[in-house]
Design a protein around this ligand. Structure first.
Ligand SMILES: [Cu+2]
Length: 126
């Protein structure tokens, strides 16, 4: 077989493998939205753990009864949420693991301090 034919066969193989993988990921990944309401610094019990799959596009829509700063660790997204409006965190869950959403104390001095327990845990499964 001439060299170019082998090369072409490999190229087609690589493109096919890529297309199949893209189709598989595309089939299993989902776009998920979660509405989370914070009242007195807490969310409803059944929303304290959010489970998603790797590759999912996750949208967290926060509302709150008082001004609060949230920090999704790992993905490192920080949002200030104000009463009367929805604060959105959106990310593609490309890293597996458990990631806490912590309440930040006021950002005075640019410090990084948390309360006792995370507000919500995001669990990303392979
Ligand atoms: Cu933090």
């Amino acid at each position: 077989m001439p060299c170019s034919a082998i090369f072409r066969t490999c190229l087609i193989g690589a493109v096919l493998a890529w297309a199949i993988r893209a189709a598989l990921i595309g089939a299993s990944a989902a776009e998920l939205a979660f509405d989370l309401h914070i009242e007195r610094g807490r969310v409803a019990e059944n929303m304290s753990v959010i489970r998603v799959k790797q590759g999912d596009v996750v949208r967290l829509r926060w509302s709150t009864d008082r001004s609060i700063i949230l920090h999704l660790h790992g993905y490192d997204i920080e949002r200030k949420i104000e009463p009367g409006s929805i604060g959105v965190m959106e990310f593609t869950a490309d890293v597996t693991g458990r990631f806490p959403v912590e309440v930040h104390r006021s950002s005075e001095g640019g410090g990084h301090s948390h309360g006792d327990a995370p507000l919500v845990r995001i669990e990303v499964y392979p």
